[in-house]
Design a protein around this ligand. Structure first.
Ligand code: PEP
Length: 242
């Protein structure tokens, strides 16, 4: 069965209540699309976003979760809390978390396990730095991140991989389509269930490059940062996923 495309927006630390009008603006395009649409707003907006998104068949997700179910972790949010607020997915291991918060593969794996146990789909991010690519180490780096970050024994429960070269995130630089396809094929070759697992590309996806990237055989969707903040940018990306 062909893998349905998933177009996911990561709002990062952007968005106030008034910005949820975005969901109504993209609603008709999302409803008309063959692709699934997921928006990951900041946690403060999650419950209201879930309420508004549901009317359009749009899914909402968290941007991170703690690995523990509950406890003395001031400022953190558990996977169960995200689910309770209406999330279906959660991003784990985004390079900004790996870099800014020192999250290593083991932490990412624990978060992914917590997400699965709470009934969420983890979107597990991997990606090499520019230095690692220039040294020709990108496959070794990604292989190690996959080996360390993916939960073992997840049974039939779904997870999504997002390949996001660190040097392409928020920089306007996009990986060459042949490099994206080669890396996605490599990632697929390392997965226990290659045929059914969706692998998203992230890194400066924009309206003008979305069709090319989403047309690659092993690209099953996009994780979009900057271009998920404006409906005029995000709608053509959703439409490119059809
Ligand atoms: C991201 O936040 O995951 C991302 C890929 O950002 P951008 O699209 O802005 O590069």
């Amino acid at each position: 069965m062909p893998r349905q495309k998933l177009i996911a927006g990561n709002w990062k630390m952007n968005g106030l209540a008034a910005d949820l009008e975005f969901l109504d603006a993209i609603g008709p395009a999302a409803a008309a699309a063959d692709a699934e649409v997921l928006i990951c707003p900041p946690a403060t907006l999650l419950a209201e976003a879930a309420r508004r998104a549901g009317a359009h068949g749009i899914m909402v997700g968290g941007q991170d979760c703690h690995a523990a179910v509950s406890g003395a972790h001031t400022g953190d949010i558990s996977a169960a809390m995200l689910r309770d607020a209406g999330a279906s997915h959660v991003i784990v291991g985004h390079s900004e978390r790996r870099c800014d918060h020192g999250e290593n593969d083991g932490i990412v794996r624990d978060k992914a396990v917590a997400a699965l146990e709470a009934g969420l789909v983890p979107v597990i991010c991997v990606g090499e730095t520019q230095q690692e690519r220039e040294a020709g180490r990108q496959e070794a780096v990604i292989a190690a991140q996959l080996a360390g970050s993916l939960p073992e024994n997840r049974g039939q429960r779904e997870l999504v991989i997002a390949y996001e070269p660190v040097w392409a995130i928020g920089t306007g630089l996009t990986a060459e389509p042949e490099d994206v396809q080669a890396m996605h094929a490599f990632i697929r070759s390392r997965l226990p269930d290659p045929a059914s697992t969706r692998i998203l590309y992230g890194g400066s996806v924009k309206p003008d490059n979305a069709s090319t990237l989403l047309g690659l055989p092993d690209v099953d969707g996009a994780l979009v940062g900057g271009a998920s903040l404006k409906a005029d940018d995000f709608i053509p990306i959703i439409q490119a996923g059809c």
